[in-house]
Design a protein around this ligand. Structure first.
Ligand code: NAP
Ligand code: ZN
Length: 353
């Protein structure tokens, strides 16, 4: 066991602050990684503030961070895919049971024994729960380590590990391609990646935003149209026309307004995970045989596929790089939807602590 610097929250109401955490010594199958950048996901904030208490109560101290990019510093004797110096990524998962039908299908995101990057019981008993990427280094089983294409900027690649795969996976599942009309609701970290992917897949892409000042950005990111969702007339004009809508909103909002925009057999997928349940109008679904579903991150093979796709198409997140010392301010700005479009923490800043 060794100690490494990290940032943690000590309770639901405390600011994040510097802490020293234990990491396990590498086993044969482990890769030790020096963390270079870590994206800031709204899930980090939900979790640090215990906003998902009913589903997933937070264990304190909690060290968030599951959009990790770093460099391999050490490999166990049985590690075959990575060597010292490789640029790698870690997303929301660091382990699973490797044997259930979901794992065998490469869909580790559905494994009942999955180990999340932070907040899951630590199988290795190094700590009560796993600690995430707001830290100097991490030790991970090689089967959960991903390869980062060398042409991508590291700060911009980090958010691909959660925001990227969470938007890529449902779009692939629901067949987003040329000829389809696709909506992306909420232009934040997930939403802006959703726009980039929908555009890259060739779909006619429409952004729904509550922030009129994001209009120009939405078009630059690849949207064909932008609708300010508080404008009822503009919403009405889109009624019944969408094949697929990806809802990336982090707070309470009216999803029926979006269900009504779907065409016959259209689908709306929730990836946003607001604190409180959202009421659904049965009639909105019934009348067009429309469907409502959800989607969590993605499996390891699909995450690598997404990273390779991003390498080929030169896709990264639009990031504002911050030192770890600005994390509390970043959380406040995220609550105000004031992020363009993902914070990425330069972990070198932690060395100064
Ligand atoms: P984010 O960067 O804060 O973006 C959320 C966006 O939602 C905002 O930029 C804003 O966009 C819109 N929004 C915020 N408050 C709103 C309100 N009251 N009404 C309507 N729209 C509002 O968050 P994120 O990191 O993209 O995460 C989004 C959600 O996805 C979070 O709940 C997060 O926990 C969840 N998530 C889920 C998964 C998964 O596996 N399913 C993975 C990662 C994250 P506009 O300014 O454009 O309106
Ligand atoms: Zn996330």
């Amino acid at each position: 066991m060794y100690k490494t610097k990290a940032y943690s929250a000590a309770s639901a109401t405390s600011s994040l602050a510097s802490i020293s955490i234990p990491r396990r010594d590498s086993t044969d199958r482990d890769v030790q990684i020096e963390i270079l950048f870590c994206g800031v996901c709204h899930s980090d904030l939900h979790y640090a503030r215990d906003e998902w208490h009913d589903v997933m109560p937070t264990v304190y101290p909690c060290v968030p961070g599951h959009e990790i990019v770093g460099r391999v510093t050490k490999t166990g004797s049985a590690v075959s895919k990575f060597k010292e110096g490789d640029l790698v990524g870690i997303g929301c998962l660091v382990d699973s049971d490797h044997t259930c039908p979901n794992c065998r299908a490469g869909l580790q995101q559905f494994c009942p024994n999955q180990v999340l990057t932070y907040g899951s019981p630590d199988k290795h008993r190094t700590a009560p729960v796993t600690y995430g990427g707001y830290s100097e280094s991490i030790v991970v089983d090689e089967s959960f380590v991903l390869r980062i294409p060398v042409n991508l900027s590291l700060a911009g690649a980090a958010p691909l590990l959660c925001a990227g795969i969470t938007t890529y996976s449902p779009m692939r599942h629901w067949g987003v391609t040329k000829g389809k009309k696709v909506g992306v609701v909420g232009l934040g970290g997930l939403g802006h990646m959703g726009v980039k992917f929908a555009h890259a897949f060739g779909a006619h892409t429409v952004v729904f935003t509550t922030s009129p000042n994001k209009k120009e950005d939405a078009l630059r990111l690849g949207a064909d149209e932008v609708v300010v969702s508080r404008n009822a007339d503009a919403m009405q004009k889109q009624a019944g026309s969408f094949d697929f809508i990806l809802d990336c909103v982090a707070a309470e909002h009216d999803i029926n307004a979006y269900i009504n925009l779907l065409t016959r057999d259209g689908n709306i997928t929730l990836v946003g995970a607001p604190e409180k349940p959202l009421p659904v109008s049965a009639f909105s679904l019934i009348m067009g045989r429309r469907s409502l579903s959800g989607s969590p991150i993605g499996g390891i093979p699909e995450t690598q596929e997404m990273l390779d796709f991003c390498g080929q198409h030169n896709i990264t997140a639009d990031v504002e790089v911050i030192p770890i010392q600005k994390i509390n301010e970043a959380y406040e700005r995220m609550v105000r939807s004031d992020v363009k479009y993902r914070f990425s923490i330069d972990m070198a800043s932690l060395k100064a602590e």
